[in-house]
Design a binder for this molecule. Structure first.
Ligand code: GLN
Length: 249
């Protein structure tokens, strides 16, 4: 009997742009290849929360999408902070990255409160930060993706970035050369694309932390066929990453 891992997709109806749902597909596939049984839950505004959650994945969205989910997100704030504190791994992309911080002040309209899982805040600017992106992460090496956001995000004292970018006009705010934020097992990043197919090391980090949270240990047990498929996928990912790293901004 394969060990079950419950993965929650957060607001997929309104917060899922630039292919972010590919992150869920990657985690689901890799969990199966490692010999686990992924159980996927799609959570949208007003839905019941599942009995058990071992990992949470959230995507990006336009300002309008963020306004649609903010009331429900605030209702779930304490629950999400508690799960993050207990070590549940989470990956939040762009719009949800911003709302996992202290607040997001869009260019127009009221400030949106964040749920303070990540020590950051975000201010919308007319200049959008758009384009292919490579960052250098201590934990994950070179990370490649694509960004498109008006929000400029600033890290609070003691908050670590996911990585550093090579120049200005990209990353968190186009100025301090940081990108993303990481706190315990929660990662926020502007990397769309989707992120995980080209950066399987981050997918495996999330999977290992989900197994540790659920079972207190991480013991992947791929079949011979699974090992061969993982090898093939990782070679493909490496090729895609190499090509992406040399793409013009
Ligand atoms: N609406 C936010 C911004 O423009 C987030 C955009 C996104 O998720 N790509 O900064």
């Amino acid at each position: 009997m394969a060990e079950v891992i419950d993965v929650l997709s957060l607001y997929p109806k309104d917060m899922n742009i630039y292919g972010d749902s590919g992150n869920l597909l990657t985690v689901e596939r890799r969990l199966s290849l490692y010999g686990f049984e992924p159980r996927i839950h799609y959570y949208n505004q007003g839905d019941a929360w599942p009995d058990h959650v071992d990992m949470i994945l959230g995507g990006g969205g336009q300002d309008e999408g963020q306004r649609k989910i903010i009331r429900d997100l605030c209702k779930r704030a304490e629950l999400l902070r508690g799960l993050a504190h207990q070590g549940v791994p989470m990956l939040m992309i762009c719009g949800l990255y911003q709302l996992f911080g202290e607040y997001f002040q869009p260019i127009e309209g009221d400030r949106l409160p964040g749920i303070c899982v990540l020590g950051v805040h975000t201010i919308g600017e007319k200049l959008r930060l758009i384009g292919n992106l490579v960052e250098h992460s201590e934990q994950f090496g070179a990370v490649v993706g694509y960004e498109n956001h008006s929000g400029q995000t600033f890290l609070h004292e003691g908050t670590k970035p996911l990585g550093e970018v090579d120049s200005i006009n990209m990353g968190n705010n186009g100025a301090d050369r940081t990108e993303g934020a990481i706190n315990n097992n929660v990662i926020g990043t502007y990397m769309h694309g989707s992120l995980l197919p080209k950066n399987p090391g981050i997918a495996d980090f999330l999977i290992s932390k989900a197994c540790m949270f659920r079972y207190g240990t991480y013991a992947p047990h791929p079949s011979d066929k699974g090992k061969a498929e993982l090898k093939r996928l990782d070679a493909l990912a490496q090729h895609a990453k190499t090509v992406a790293m040399h793409r013009p901004r």
